[in-house]
Design a protein around this ligand. Structure first.
Ligand SMILES: NC(=O)c1ccc[n+]([C@@H]2O[C@H](COP(=O)([O-])OP(=O)(O)OC[C@H]3O[C@@H](n4cnc5c(N)ncnc54)[C@H](OP(=O)(O)O)[C@@H]3O)[C@@H](O)[C@H]2O)c1
Length: 286
């Protein structure tokens, strides 16, 4: 039976993906950051999907030490992984905040955590006959990214949307870079793609201290947003459809490969982001 790990599956899009993959007969491991909430959602998913093969793991993905622990627990308890959905993430607060490990929070949860978790679970994914990694990015990479390559964590000029746009752009570049590495290694049983789920009415941005203007805009736009189930659709497609067999290194919107902005792209910058994540995560996690 195929096994999937979905991060940030306690609400919104991630929960929608977990319910549907459980319905399809996957063995599903959901991840959350709060034990009680994650355990409750786990039970809910079992009831809704009619599949009892749903389990959960807990970790705060702001912290790379906890990402390492999560990967270790996954290895120990399950030992097989076919689909990894790096979904946890979102917009952070109006003022720049860093984690106790010293990483800017938007960068930590949207970029560093998926980079490290993927790296630590890659051995299992490579063993899958049909491994798939899905990185949840955003159209915000086109609208809001404005990276400064000498100040990747925005110590100067922090703005929550800019930090978020940058993070989702970097996540797409990491997706492309990993796909190239896998191809170079001759690995054709594991694909990695990024996705924009659309504008989805979830908890996204609701709790964060974004400032009144952004909050009012988000509230006014909500009735036009997709439901979490609709937002989950392309992720579920990438996780389970035969139509995407062998497709890798792409950015999907509404089940179709879409253009990534080329404004800031060079091969050197893509490599620079990879090396930056590699060095920083190695410095934090032995
Ligand atoms: N909604 C949209 O319009 C939209 C558009 C484009 C992209 N996205 C992306 O879609 C993904 C899912 O977002 P969503 O809209 O479903 O939002 P959501 O309802 O807020 O769900 C986010 C999930 O990530 C978890 N999470 C957040 N920070 C975490 C941390 N530090 N450690 C562990 N877990 C953490 C949350 O846990 P808790 O339940 O504990 O808070 C929750 O399970 C995100 O990557 C987001 O950037 C969303």
């Amino acid at each position: 039976m195929k096994r999937a790990l979905i991060t940030g599956a306690t609400s919104g899009i991630g929960k929608g993906v977990a319910i549907e993959l459980a319905r399809q007969g996957f063995t599903v491991v959901i991840h959350g950051r709060n034990d009680q909430k994650t355990s409750q959602v786990c039970e809910e998913i079992k009831t809704i999907s009619g599949n009892t093969a749903v389990d959960y793991l807990v970790a705060d993905l702001f912290l790379m030490e906890q990402v390492r622990k999560l990967a270790g627990e996954y290895h120990q308890r399950y030992g097989r992984l076919d689909v990894l959905v790096n979904n946890a993430g979102g917009l952070m607060s109006k003022e720049r905040e860093t984690t106790t490990e010293g990483i800017e929070k938007t960068m930590a949860v949207n970029v560093m955590a998926p980079f490290l978790l993927t790296g630590l679970l890659l051995d299992l994914l490579k063993n899958s006959p049909d491994g798939r990694i899905i990185n949840v990015s955003s159209n915000s990479h086109k609208l809001n990214a404005k990276p400064d390559f000498s100040d990747l964590q925005l110590e100067r000029g922090y703005d929550p949307l800019r930090a978020y746009g940058n993070a989702k752009l970097f996540l797409i570049w990491l997706t492309q870079q990993l796909s190239k590495q896998l191809k170079r290694q001759g690995i054709d049983n594991l694909t990695v793609n990024a996705v924009h789920p659309g504008a989805v009415a979830t908890n996204f941005g609701v709790e964060s201290n974004l400032g009144s203007v952004l909050k009012v805009m988000a509230k006014l736009a909500r009735p036009f947003f997709r439901t979490a189930e609709q937002g989950a659709d392309t992720l579920i497609y990438l996780a389970s459809s035969d139509a995407v067999n062998g497709k890798s290194g792409l950015y999907f919107v509404d089940r179709k490969p879409a253009n990534v902005t080329t404004t800031y792209y060079t091969e050197e910058r893509e490599q620079l982001i990879w090396d930056y994540c590699d060095q920083l995560t190695k410095s934090l996690v032995a």
